[in-house]
Design a protein around this ligand. Sequence first.
Ligand SMILES: Cc1cc2nc3c(=O)[nH]c(=O)nc-3n(C[C@H](O)[C@H](O)[C@H](O)COP(=O)(O)OP(=O)(O)OC[C@H]3O[C@@H](n4cnc5c(N)ncnc54)[C@H](O)[C@@H]3O)c2cc1C
Length: 295
Amino acid sequence: MPGEGKEAGALADAPRAGAAGSPMNAKVVTNAVVTQKIHVSPELIVLRVAPDGWELPDFTPGQFGVLGLPGTAPRVPRADAEEPLQKPEKLIMRAYSIASSSRAKEYLEFYINLVLSGQLTPRLFQLERGDRVFLGKKITGMFTLEQVPEDKHLVLLGTGTGLAPYMSMLRTSFRCGEERKFVIIHGARHSWDLGYRAELTAMARMCGNLQYVTSITRPQEELVPWSGEIGYVQDLWARGLVRDALGFAPTPEDTHFFLCGNPGMVDSMQATLEAEGFVEHKTRAPGQIHTERYW
Ligand SMILES: Cc1cc2nc3c(=O)[nH]c(=O)nc-3n(C[C@H](O)[C@H](O)[C@H](O)COP(=O)(O)OP(=O)(O)OC[C@H]3O[C@@H](n4cnc5c(N)ncnc54)[C@H](O)[C@@H]3O)c2cc1C
């Protein structure tokens, strides 16, 4: 998994703060600026980041970029205590799916979950508008609609911030009224953790080819009774919700599935779908199950 010390792909290209022969220059290392920070809930933010003095590369919806901050950056006070870092000046970098449309050229939008015990997210949550951050210049990833034939329907299942790549796909590629159906199934703990709900509800109301299903796992903590679905995303399949949302029982011939977020959900849904005859997609062996595990 991408992370500090595991520097495949996009992470490998990031500059090293304080690398030998190049004294750390915070302005060069933090090459981007936070232009907007929206609090979805105490543990969820939408962060817009704009490059400072360089152009964003083109990307395909569903791909991810890299955000980073040096270990010297402050953490939110409520984060768990952290062991002293060996090299505090070194950049801590993590992968984040892009939520903005690939047509938006001025900024990238990210949907980020606070991991109290984590290294980077307690620092990202401390950022405010105007603060500087590292943004990787390489955007990568195979979790895209590019290899899905255009006549196939799409079921996009996400837990928590696993909704982010679907926002980019919808904002870029969804066409209201076309024959292809999009079903978005978003699971979270509480109703207030369902980021982008207003945007998705409005789109689904206007467009008959978009179905938006939400499910929460802690209905007992809701402030007012919850009338939507209850339970884990992977449990909705057994209750026939995917079939109901599509209006027909999906088969490998007509529908592709995207699974993103919590690896427990991804593994469980993949096993369920494989038992129904769907196959994991690989570049050399195309299938109908596309996966992105966040940890
Ligand atoms: C391709 C890819 C795309 C990603 N996109 C997003 C994204 O759009 N939004 C986002 O919030 N995260 C995303 N992640 C996860 C992100 O890269 C970090 O792992 C996460 O933000 C935690 O970083 P950290 O440094 O705070 O925690 P770390 O110090 O790296 O601790 C990681 C540990 O925290 C736990 N953990 C990691 N992520 C979560 C989580 N979301 N919820 C609960 N526990 C978690 C796991 O146990 C993991 O081992 C993505 C990961 C990958 C591989």
